[in-house]
Design a protein around this ligand. Sequence first.
Ligand SMILES: Nc1ncnc2c1ncn2[C@@H]1O[C@H](COP(=O)(O)OP(=O)(O)O)[C@@H](O)[C@H]1O
Ligand SMILES: C=C(OP(=O)(O)O)C(=O)O
Ligand SMILES: [Ca+2]
Ligand SMILES: [Mn+2]
Length: 662
Amino acid sequence: MASNVLGNGEFSFDNKRRTGLPKIQTQKTDDENVVCHDDSATPVKAQTLDELHSLQKKKSAPTTPIKSPHVFGVAVSEEERQKQQLQSISASLASLTRETGPKVVKGDPARQAETPKVQHPVHHHPTPTLNVSDSGLKFTHILYNLSPAELYEQAIKYEKGSFITSSGALATLSGAKTGRSPRDKRVVRDETTEDDLWWGKGSPNIEMDEQTFLINRERAVDYLCSLEKVFVNDQFLNWDPNNRIKVRIVSARAYHSLFMHNMCIRPTPEELEDFGTPDFTIYNAGQFPCNRYTHYMTSSTSIDINLARREMVILGTQYAGEMKKGLFGVMHYLMPKRNILSLHSGCNMGKEGDVALFFGLSGTGKTTLSTDHNRYLIGDDEHCWSEHGVSNIEGGCYAKCIDLSREKEPDIWNAIKFGTVLENVVFEDHTREVDYTDKSVTENTRAAYPIEYIPNAKIPCVGPHPKNVILLACDAFGVLPPVSKLNLAQTMYHFISGYTALVAGTEDGIKEPTATFSACFGAAFIMLHPTKYAAMLAEKMQKHGATGWLVNTGWSGGSYGSGSRIKLAYTRKIIDAIHSGALLNAEYKKTEVFGLEIPTALEGVPSEILDPANTWPDKKAHKDTLLKLGGLFRKNFEVFTNYKIGTDGNLTKEILAAGPTF
Ligand SMILES: Nc1ncnc2c1ncn2[C@@H]1O[C@H](COP(=O)(O)OP(=O)(O)O)[C@@H](O)[C@H]1O
Ligand SMILES: C=C(OP(=O)(O)O)C(=O)O
Ligand SMILES: [Ca+2]
Ligand SMILES: [Mn+2]
């Protein structure tokens, strides 16, 4: 319908023109309002479409100096600082046999404007021309601390299996490995680590020599430098400012870069400018296998730690958790040296400042239970306990997503949005709705998100000394009580035992639960003998008056197959009662075999489930299973009977007596 704009801004229908098309106005009028523009905004400042697209992206801040840059107190120019940064990255990627770093240039090779001509390459040491192989002639483009949006684009463009889900998360595939490979972990044994580290039976530290490490390092570096581009993340570990560690992660995949962006502490632009040399570097060449002819290699996967060189090399696995847990191992070495206890635990804090630690092996509930809508989240997995209190090592969380539901775990559900890495999940092809029940790729589906995606995260992630130390065990045998109060010796006994019982693959019908004992609830990550960490924990718990608890998040009413997993809602009630202090003064009775103090009643939880003996229909089966588990505990503890824990001889005796008696 033809319309006309009146001088006063009102519309009226022009009846006179009804019969034909409106006349096109070709003459400029004085009154701008009369002209019908297709939009009222000022026209774009571009002459061509290319130019228009170039306007979409503005130059980001980090490349401009925030304050006058200094190196060792001497003012340096911005140009000089950039040069030093490239030099440092080049040195990180240096081949050791050719004694040279690659020619590195910042930026995406796909972007024409950032070809090597512009920024001149930085040679760490000039390579003699005769010695140059083809690889020495090429540039390695460095995608340095990209933002999540940029990493999304890189992943979607270049990495098969990368998709945006309906909630905005980045779905990725981690490849053939969908979990960690503890048997492929190697630690360099040299004069220092020989004496410092825990070696031999039960230890996660499988030795390798320096030479073999260098062979794998060279393999990883050559692989990375053969690529057109690599990702470099410079980030921090540990929210305790006095014990912060600078880490550099060199990787080939946007998936890995975004994962570590989320999981480590993200530097501010100012902190990044002054980053300098990293304290520890990861070379993640996970797509490339190790050479099985190499000494110490027993598969095509190898995760190698060299504490003297402050380096870690990853070959033959793309599972991202390997990087975060690898660094955790490093912290388990560095922190105790500073008299700081490193802990495989979740941590949260109540409104009154009461801190709780949640220890437990994978899948026992650290992430789920520390993410509590009524409390502040300090962290879900890795912490330090120093003389000033607790601090999270990481900047993000890594939640299991199998059977995740919005109702039961709303905070984790809502954290799966833009920026979050969703590993190995299955989604609907068109809507990109994730089916969290689908185990087609793996049961170990995961979401990695920055900690601030949890609404009540405590930033900075630090807190006072813990009041409660909760040991989580997912007991698929169904004989451990849902909650027990522990004395110090019992806490130490269960901490050193590090028990859980998971159920191996469900494909061939119902299987027996398998007991896992993992010292300090994290034997795969500890570097020193378990008693070193146990002694520190005992000392700290004693000094700060913390109470120990054992919580079974596993089976009730029978073992796996006949009983069922304790409802998450009940476990939450139990945890609430620990936090509030209500459980501290409850009425208790002692269980047989394990001698655990169990409450007789607890608000919100049916009393009959508090004692497993009540819930098993078959009393004999219960007793047999209880004795069986007691035997497994006793057998596991044999290796620790010869060790002294701390300086207190009495405590050692008490700990040994705190195990099952039958
Ligand atoms: N009673 C329970 N307590 C804790 N977690 C439970 C319980 N029942 C089921 N679960 C599920 O078990 C898993 C615990 O995994 P998670 O919290 O990621 O463990 P961790 O962080 O210790 O590896 C989650 O998927 C959670 O939904
Ligand atoms: C990241 C891991 O830790 P958790 O299962 O304890 O969350 C893992 O075991 O790979
Ligand atoms: Ca600066
Ligand atoms: Mn976890």
